[in-house]
Design a protein around this ligand. Structure first.
Ligand code: GLU
Length: 389
């Protein structure tokens, strides 16, 4: 396991809890602390790491601005508080990261954006584009529209979903506690700290208490749930205290307490096994010999290499990629629905807009959304023999 320096990862999601970001007594952003975190993020960027931030704090800021009483809020009050607080939170991040020359992009997600494949693919593609352009995505739940049954409610699990969606290899949960203990340390003085968790077993789950504070919803329980999501998506996770200044630099120090969770796989393998194993293909895209060779070299499928389209499917559905001789080469999540895919047969990328009447994406199936079929284990589509090559 890579429990070494954060700078050795490729893509890190950092989740920041409300209790760290907001001074509860005055309901304002802790500016010095945020600036120190921005320094750490900038160091990672300079070392070539792509970073995404999942930031809580909207409700904590908004409740103070709206002069709401302390204690639990009604759902509609927390939604109003989130609306007011988010408009403070975004600029706070923007300011501290702009000081290092980085652009920020605000992304507010609902549960369905991470659960429904089409929305998930859209959100993933926006995150990828922001990262490619060098910006730092600042993500929160879209609390203003999410009601109880359709919301995460805590940013621990949201951050784990974001890590999975962005194929991150590390998730950092900055919290007010410095990791996992055998029992809640505030209640049990014999509680022992656990530095590394290789597998999240029922015994590990039993160690997590359930309490969250008034400002942040997630207790250790949601952090362990986040760990299950993240480690199965191929990310290592670390729970560390964010109470000090420069909380990310502090994780790199050997003497700092934290808990690392080993990844169960790697992000590429997790994504490929999801595409290869759990989605039923809805159609087939037959490709020419040139495209077969390109796919075997790990390239994306472009419309120019497509010779036939069969089946009815929507954008984001899983389809077979079929060789001229009818053999299934790969499964992939397609960028276009079956009508538009049919219109784009043999089309060069520069002509896509003219054919469709809108500016579509260059790839028919992006290589990240593709899993090659292992030779000899594929199933032929019933109509594969009749596909015209
Ligand atoms: N989305 C909530 C907020 O920004 C925080 C949820 C959490 O504390 O985990 O205020």
């Amino acid at each position: 396991m890579n429990a070494g320096k954060l700078s050795s990862f490729k893509r890190i999601v950092v989740k920041v809890g409300s209790a760290l970001l907001v001074d509860a007594a005055i309901g304002q952003v802790r500016a010095d602390w945020l600036a120190s975190l921005a320094d750490d993020l900038a160091q990672l960027k300079k070392a070539g790491v792509e970073v995404l931030v999942v930031s809580s704090g909207a409700i904590a800021l908004g409740r103070q601005l709206l002069k709401l009483p302390s204690g639990p809020l009604k759902l509609e009050e927390s939604q109003a508080a989130a609306a007011v607080g988010q408009i403070e939170l975004g600029p706070a991040w923007n300011r501290v990261l702009a000081a290092h020359g980085y652009q920020t992009g605000q992304i507010l997600l609902t549960l369905s954006d991470t659960e429904e494949r089409r929305r998930y693919l859209n959100a993933r593609s926006t995150l990828d584009t922001l990262l490619r352009l060098g910006a730092i995505p600042i993500i929160n739940e879209n609390d203003t529209v999410a009601t109880s049954e359709i919301r995460y409610g805590d940013n621990d699990r949201l951050a784990a979903r974001v890590a999975s969606m962005a194929s991150a290899d590390c998730l950092v949960l900055l919290s007010d506690i410095d990791g996992l203990y055998t029992a809640p340390p505030g209640q049990d003085s014999s509680a022992e700290h656990i530095p590394v968790v290789h597998t999240i077993t029922p015994a590990i789950e039993a160690m997590a208490g359930s309490a969250g504070s008034e400002l942040s919803r997630g207790g250790m329980k949601t952090k362990i749930e986040a760990g299950k999501i993240a480690t199965h998506a191929g990310a290592q996770m670390v729970i560390a205290s964010g109470k000090t200044l420069h909380p990310l630099a502090s994780i790199d120090r050997a003497d700092t307490r934290k808990t690392w969770f080993s990844a169960a796989t790697n992000p590429t393998a997790a994504r490929k096994s999801w595409i290869a194993g759990s989605l039923e293909p809805k159609g087939s895209i037959t490709v020419d010999g040139g495209a077969v060779a390109a796919l075997q070299r790990g390239k994306s499928l472009l419309p120019a290499g497509v010779t036939a389209v069969s089946g009815q499917f929507q954008r984001g559905d899983c389809v077979w990629i079929t060789a001229p001789d009818g053999v299934h080469l790969a499964r992939g999540l397609i960028t276009y629905d079956s009508d538009d895919a049919g219109r784009l047969i043999g089309c060069h990328s520069k002509d896509i807009e003219a054919r469709l009447g809108y500016a579509g994406r260059d790839t028919m199936i992006h290589r990240d959304n593709m899993a090659m079929v292992v030779a000899g284990t594929d199933k032929r589509m019933p109509d594969a023999q009749s596909v015209d090559s």
